[in-house]
Design a protein around this ligand. Structure first.
Ligand code: FAD
Length: 546
């Protein structure tokens, strides 16, 4: 543990308690705090360590929801995509996609005309501002033995939702919220059919205590039913967990800057996306009712993903041995017995436990990274807070090259202030936006803070110091996997972990024993999350206890 003692929460009063610090919980906490509510947001582990960090990381309208005629969801998601592009341009970036459909398997209903009409609607509902340029280089990489229909369209990507959450948390706290990770909800306290507070456990000290809260939002993603059950609520099952896995591969010729949306060997939707200097391929849909703490991809899922990838790009020059990581998360979809998984709605549902005899408590079912802000506004209204719908973002077209020139400007300022090369300053500005200037200021006082975290990265120790001081990072894993997520990078290895632990420890005054403990805990968490290792022969990812 690398943080100072935390102020006690026992006995404190809050208007709203939000359980779960994933994208939904943090968006809700931010909305409530910005509307003047005394808000506490807790997570049993670290913020953004649940489903949110195990997603495909796309900010998308959901082209395939058009096939299920979820028109409202697609339009809302596209509006939110544009809003995120505008509000967080350093973290959410437009991405071109190829929609590649094999003509052998194409169902008759998907005529070229129907697809073109769908894509035209998709483009228009998003405001139709940016032009889409086909990537012929990538198109040529598709398996030439099959006949393809290829279309181009645009969506967006948030490479690091972990960073988006860190920024939203900071905004929530600036607006008066209290944020506490490593704090588990044990029980929601109810008297005379009304929520009165909660019993919590500080997972760092083991101490249990109670707080007073007038309203509680259960935004614990796939843990929603476990939280409701622990609180003795008599609600019917809310979540039908559906696991999704990804594999991470090295980049190959043509993929840079363009994602591919196609169908896997069994006809399921399949994405191959450039991500963080690598390629993310996914995903699967497997019913999963296990404890989400232990979610991991099965050997079969890894095999299925690699087969789907190599049948799509047989000449990419990648073999199973090239798989770097595999990870999985559980989609907290609404419990829908007997329904096909692909057709279960991706729309969020707000369950008011008044129906179960308890007022003052809501549970969130489903939701996407893309629509977390809409969900937050809806939840706030359900809690009785007056929230207006924000103005339509399409009204203000982005200035040509505006974002890129702002980046260059920030990067120059950061380089100048911190005394680091401009290429490194660009990396810092890319993750921290305007806040990079504060990091540069910190770095300017101390050469130890200007050091890179390891030899392979441009990111510097000052970012880690900032994460501990202002972004609630408690462990080395909170820093290297979520606040300054260099350990998700292409060439991260155990020596990098040790070097980063030593450099951060040296700057923050950790002793040798703390450096070693943090290093070991970090490696265990990295293994449990990413399963780095040898994938040459099909094998189940290592099971790590904990
Ligand atoms: C494979 C996959 C791919 C996806 N791809 C996309 C995509 O490309 N784009 C998109 O928009 N969406 C995508 N999604 C959906 C999206 O990622 C999730 O719906 C979203 O992240 C859910 O966020 P959440 O905050 O509800 O849950 P989570 O992120 O899981 O957060 C819940 C938090 O609650 C905490 N918690 C649990 N129990 C307790 C307790 N007792 N006390 C305190 N805290 C507790 C957990 O530690 C956890 O951090 C994908 C999902 C999956 C699984």
């Amino acid at each position: 543990m690398c943080t100072a003692e935390r102020a006690p929460l026992a006995g404190r009063h809050f208007d709203v308690l939000v359980i779960g610090g994933g994208v939904n919980g943090v968006a809700i906490a931010r909305e409530c705090a910005c509307r003047g509510k005394q808000t506490l947001v807790i997570d049993q582990h670290d913020f953004a360590s649940g489903t949110t960090s195990r997603s495909t990381r796309m900010i998308h309208g959901g082209l395939r929801y058009l096939e299920h005629l979820e028109i409202g969801l697609v339009r809302e998601s596209l509006r939110e995509r544009e809003r995120l592009l505008c509000q967080s341009p350093h973290l959410v970036r437009p991405m071109q996609f190829l929609l590649a459909l094999s003509n052998e398997h194409r169902p008759l209903m998907r005529s070229s005309l129907a697809i073109r009409t769908g894509l035209w609607l998709y483009h228009s509902w998003a405001g139709g501002q940016r032009q889409v340029t086909p990537n012929y280089e990538l198109e040529r990489q598709l398996d030439a033995g099959r006949s393809w229909s290829v279309f181009s369209y645009e969506d967006a990507q948030c490479e690091f939702p972990e960073r988006l959450i860190a920024e939203w948390l900071t905004e929530a706290v600036t607006a008066g919220a209290t944020a506490r990770n490593y704090t588990r909800l044990l029980q929601v306290l109810v008297r005379n059919g009304r929520v009165t507070g909660a019993r919590l456990r500080d997972m760092l000290t083991g101490k249990e205590f109670e707080i007073i809260a007038h309203q509680v939002v259960n935004a614990s993603g796939p843990w929603v039913d476990l939280v409701a059950k622990a609180s003795g609520l008599k609600s019917a099952q809310m979540i039908g967990g559906v696991r999704g896995a990804h594999i991470v591969l090295p980049q190959f010729h043509g993929i840079s800057g363009t994602g591919v949306y196609t169908e896997a060997v069994d006809g399921r939707p399949f994405f191959v996306i450039p991500w963080n200097g690598q390629v993310l391929a996914g995903t699967t849909e497997v019913a999963d009712s296990g404890n989400p703490d232990n979610t991991q991809p099965s050997a079969d899922e890894v095999e299925y993903l690699f087969k789907s990838f190599s049948s799509l790009f047989p000449h990419a020059g990648l073999s199973r041995a090239d798989i770097r990581y595999s990870f999985a998360g559980v989609r907290p979809l609404p419990y829908s017995p007997g329904k096909k998984m692909a057709s279960i709605t991706r729309r969020h549902i707000i369950h008011n436990h008044r129906e179960d005899g308890v007022s003052g408590m809501l549970s969130i079912i489903g939701g996407k990274l893309t629509t977390a802000m809409t969900l937050a506004r809806e939840v706030a209204r359900e809690l009785g807070i007056h929230v207006k719908e924000p103005a339509n973002i399409f009204a203000a077209p982005a200035p040509a090259n505006g974002v890129e020139s702002s980046f260059r400007h920030w990067a120059r300022l950061v380089a100048c202030k911190a005394g680091i090369p401009e290429s490194c300053a660009q990396a810092v500005a890319g993750w921290h936006g305007r806040h990079a200037l504060a990091i540069a200021q910190t770095a300017s006082f101390n050469p130890k803070l200007r050091l890179p975290l390891c030899e392979h990265t441009c990111h510097i120790v000052a970012e880690a110091a900032e994460a501990v001081r202002h972004e609630f990072a408690v462990t080395l894993a909170d820093i290297l996997l979520r606040r300054v997520p260099v350990a998700l990078g292409a060439c991260w290895s155990e020596p990098c972990s040790y070097q980063a632990a030593s450099r951060i420890g040296c700057a923050l005054g950790w002793n040798e024993s703390l450096i070693n403990t943090e290093f070991e805990r970090f490696e265990a968490e990295r293994e449990k999350f990413l399963h780095p290792g040898d994938y040459r022969v099909p094998h189940p990812p290592a099971v790590v206890n904990g």
